[in-house]
Design a protein. Structure first.
Ligand code: UD1
Length: 331
């Protein structure tokens, strides 16, 4: 029988490509399914890339039956929160309906394991700013709701079939491959560390602080920033857990502590050795003051050991990648 294969949807995107790299290095056989609407073919360092939609049932069924796939890792999704508020059906279509279609294909093909990219946005504004897996889910934007609906479908399908799953709720993902091969390429980025590094390398003029009057230590928003390679490792740990017969579960992916916007910008200035042009602004709509992971379960259940829990290191890898993109664009 052929070696077991993993189908990675969205494997040409930022997080998916880091997971594909680690899976490839671990000797796993991989098929990447990505429509390249926000992903990049050259970010896929291992496996075979099939260009197409994860919600295309005919294509997904063919891939599942032709490749002896035991596990699906599902990253393909839209993820820009403000856009989801303006275009909710785009998010429910791509994130929720496409996940439903893919799950149907998995059920028909008898796929054993499903690892799902979810988000801390499913919690909304948790009490005290810390969310454990037991906290209530109350998303405040369609992006979070579209992911929560997918979680529910997965939960119900697992209860009714032999499919086992791990849901990973990501907190604020940042940084890039420490060896500089891949990174975040998103055009018109809105994420704090990416934008700050674009300012540091001269791609943008200034960075805005959205709100300085939050009830936090220095008045700016606090988030739990996790290095993308540690997050990628959590997917390999989840795979191992499921392959060893682990029950379906849900885990937060964060370090369990946070940094304010000012602390992040201080780090960028320190690592880059130059001041940033910083402009203080009013709060951005929909931002919770603080969002930190209760992050015990992932360590206890998977034995997950983060390697890069260091803000300056996260920033350094983001900055190195931004410099690389700049020199690529200039050449
Ligand atoms: C949000 C989502 C997250 C999603 C991500 C991608 C929530 C709770 N989280 O993260 O699930 O994956 O968007 O879209 O919905 N900030 C500035 N200036 C900037 C940019 C950001 O001050 O130019 C501040 C924000 O106000 C916030 C912090 O930096 O306090 C982090 O913001 P950002 O990087 O955009 O991520 P989230 O909004 O936390």
């Amino acid at each position: 029988m052929n070696k077991k294969t993993i189908l990675v949807t969205g494997g040409a995107g930022y997080i998916g490509s880091h997971v594909v790299r680690q899976l490839g290095e671990a000797g796993e056989q991989i098929i990447v399914l990505d429509n390249l609407c926000t992903g990049f073919a050259d970010a896929v360092l291992y496996g075979e890339l099939v260009v197409g939609d994860s919600g295309d049932r005919e294509l997904a069924s063919r891939l599942l039956s032709e490749h002896n796939i035991d596990t699906v890792m599902h990253f393909a999704a839209h993820l820009v929160v403000p856009e989801s508020v303006e275009k909710p059906l785009k998010y429910y279509g791509n994130n929720t309906c496409n996940t439903r279609n893919l799950l149907q294909c998995c059920e028909e093909a008898g796929v054993k394991n499903f690892i799902f990219s979810s988000t801390a946005a499913t919690y909304g504004i948790p009490e005290g700013g810390v969310a454990t897996e037991e906290s209530c889910t109350a998303p405040i934007n369609p992006y979070g709701t579209s992911k929560l609906m997918s979680e529910w479908m997965l939960r119900d399908l697992s209860a009714a079939s032999d499919l086992n799953h791990v849901i990973l709720r990501y907190f604020n993902v940042a940084g890039s491959d420490p060896e500089g091969r891949i990174g975040q390429c998103t055009p018109n980025a809105t994420l704090l560390i990416k934008v700050a590094c674009e300012v540091a390398t001269g791609k943008r003029d200034s960075i805005k602080i959205f709100g300085t009057d939050y009830p936090t230590e220095d008045g700016t928003g606090v988030r739990d920033y996790i290095h993308v390679d540690d997050l990628a490792r959590a997917h390999l740990d989840a795979l191992e857990y499921l392959r060893q017969g682990g029950e379906s579960t849900l885990v937060n992916c964060g370090y369990g502590h946070g940094y304010s916007v000012r602390e992040v910008l201080d780090s960028v200035q320190r690592v880059n050795g130059k001041p940033l042009n910083i402009i203080e602004q009013l709060r951005r709509a929909g931002d919770p003051p603080q969002l930190i992971a209760g992050a015990e379960r992932i360590r206890n259940l998977f034995g997950w050991k983060p390697r890069y829990d260091d803000l300056d290191f996260i920033v350094q890898t983001s900055l190195d990648w931004e410099k690389k993109l700049k020199s690529r664009n200039n050449s």
